[in-house]
Design a protein around this ligand. Structure first.
Ligand SMILES: *[C@@H]1O[C@H](CO)[C@@H](O)[C@H](O)[C@H]1NC(C)=O
Ligand SMILES: *[C@@H]1O[C@H](CO)[C@@H](O)[C@H](O)[C@H]1NC(C)=O
Ligand SMILES: *[C@@H]1O[C@H](CO)[C@@H](O)[C@H](O)[C@H]1NC(C)=O
Ligand SMILES: *[C@@H]1O[C@H](CO)[C@@H](O)[C@H](O)[C@H]1NC(C)=O
Ligand SMILES: *[C@@H]1O[C@H](CO)[C@@H](O)[C@H](O)[C@H]1NC(C)=O
Length: 289
C-alpha cells in the first residue's frame, strides 16, 4: 500500500516535472559501422534521466552503408533533423556518435535559422582521422599509404566516407584540395556558402566534445576535441590551429562565448561511449535541458 502510494506520488511528480520542464526533443545519430539499433543504450539513459523526452533515432545508412559517400547520406539526415526542428519551436538537442558527429556538424552548418541548442559530439573525429582503417578492407594496411587511395579521385577517392575526413599530416595540400567533406565543413577549401555556414554553426548554444585516450579507433583521439597531428605526430591543440585562430567556421567565436565544453575521459573504448552511464551522468545529461 505504502509503496503504491509513493509510486503514485513519484509518477505524479515526474509527470509534473516533464510538463513544466518540457525537455527538448533529442535526436541521436549513429556512427560508422553501427546503426540505430545500437543507439538504444543512449535512448534508455536519456529516458531514465528525463522521462518523456521525445527521442528520434534516424534508421538510415547503418552498418556497411555508413561507409557510403557522406554527401550522399546527407539529405536523409538533413530531413530527419529538419522534421523534428519543424515541430519543436523551443529547440532541440543533437547527440552524435563518431562519424555521426561530422554529419551533425554538416547539417547544423547548412540549416539556416536552426534551433539546435546542444550539439553533443561523442568521440567524433572533428579534425579527421589518421589511424587504423582495418575495418575497411579496400584500404592499405599502413596509414602512411592511405592517402594514395583517399586523395586520388581516379581511384576510390572520396567515395568512401573515411576518405572524406582522412587528414594526413604529411599531405596537407592534397587534403585541402581533395577532402570534399571535412575540409569543406572547416572552410579550409573556399566555397561560396562559407559565410552562411559559419553563421549557422555559431547559433549553437553548446558544443560538447567528449573523447579519451582509450578510445582505440579515433586517431589521434584528441580529434574529438578538434585537435590534430603535426608532422612529428605530436598533437596540435584546437587553439593552436589556423582554423581556430582565424575563426574559419566559428569555433573561436563559440569559445569566446563559453559555448565549448571539453571532456577527456579515460577507460572508455570506442564502442562504449554511447552506453557508459558515468559518461552520460558527468558530461551529457546537463546539456539535455
Ligand atoms: C515526437 O516528435 C515527432 C517529430 O517531431 C512527432 O512526430 C511525434 O509525434 C512526437 N512523439 C511524441 C510522443 O510526442
Ligand atoms: C573561410 O570563410 C571566410 C568567410 O567567412 C573567407 O573569408 C575565407 O576565405 C574562408 N577560408 C578559405 C580557406 O576559403
Ligand atoms: C614532439 O614530441 C616529441 C616526443 O614527445 C618531442 O621530443 C618533440 O620535441 C616534439 N616536437 C615538437 C616540434 O614539439
Ligand atoms: C565508463 O566510463 C568510466 C569513466 O567515466 C570508465 O572508468 C569505465 O571503464 C567505463 N566503462 C565502460 C564499460 O566503458
Ligand atoms: C577495451 O579495449 C581493450 C583493448 O582492445 C580491451 O583489452 C578491453 O577489454 C576493452 N574494454 C572493454 C570494456 O571492452
Amino acid at each position: 500500500m505504502e509503496t503504491s502510494i509513493s509510486r503514485c506520488i513519484f509518477l505524479l511528480f515526474t509527470t509534473l516535472l516533464v510538463a513544466t520542464k518540457g525537455y527538448k526533443p533529442v535526436i541521436i545519430i549513429h556512427g560508422m559501422l553501427d546503426g540505430a539499433a545500437e543507439m538504444h543504450f543512449m535512448h534508455d539513459m536519456i529516458m531514465k534521466a528525463h522521462p518523456g523526452t521525445n527521442i528520434t533515432i534516424p534508421d538510415v545508412y547503418s552498418y556497411y552503408k555508413s561507409l557510403e559517400h557522406l554527401w550522399k547520406q546527407f539529405p536523409d539526415y538533413l530531413k530527419a533533423i529538419q522534421d523534428v526542428i519543424n515541430q519543436s519551436p523551443n529547440g532541440i538537442h543533437l547527440v552524435c556518435f563518431s562519424q555521426g558527429g561530422l554529419m551533425c556538424r554538416a547539417v547544423v552548418e547548412q540549416l539556416d535559422n536552426h534551433n539546435v541548442e546542444s550539439l553533443i559530439l561523442l568521440s567524433s573525429p572533428q579534425m579527421g582521422q589518421f589511424g587504423d582503417t582495418s575495418y575497411v578492407k579496400e584500404f592499405p594496411k599502413s596509414r602512411y599509404e592511405v592517402y594514395r587511395l583517399c586523395y586520388d579521385l581516379s581511384l576510390i577517392g572520396q567515395q568512401i566516407s573515411v576518405c572524406e575526413y582522412w587528414n594526413d599530416p604529411y599531405h596537407q595540400p592534397e587534403y585541402q584540395e581533395r577532402s570534399d567533406f571535412l575540409a569543406v565543413l572547416n572552410n579550409q577549401s573556399a566555397h561560396s556558402q562559407s559565410q552562411q555556414w559559419r553563421k549557422n554553426f555559431m547559433r549553437l548554444k553548446n558544443v560538447v566534445m567528449i573523447g579519451g585516450p582509450d578510445d582505440g579507433v579515433i586517431t589521434p583521439w584528441q580529434s574529438s576535441h578538434f585537435a590534430t597531428y603535426d608532422k612529428d605526430l605530436n598533437i596540435t591543440e584546437m587553439k593552436d590551429q589556423e582554423v581556430y585562430q582565424k575563426d574559419y567556421f566559428g569555433l573561436k567565436t563559440l569559445d569566446s562565448r563559453g559555448a565549448l565544453h571539453t571532456y577527456g575521459i579515460a577507460g572508455v573504448n570506442h564502442t562504449f561511449w554511447h552506453r557508459n552511464q558515468t559518461v552520460f551522468d558527468c558530461c551529457i545529461e546537463q546539456f539535455l535541458t
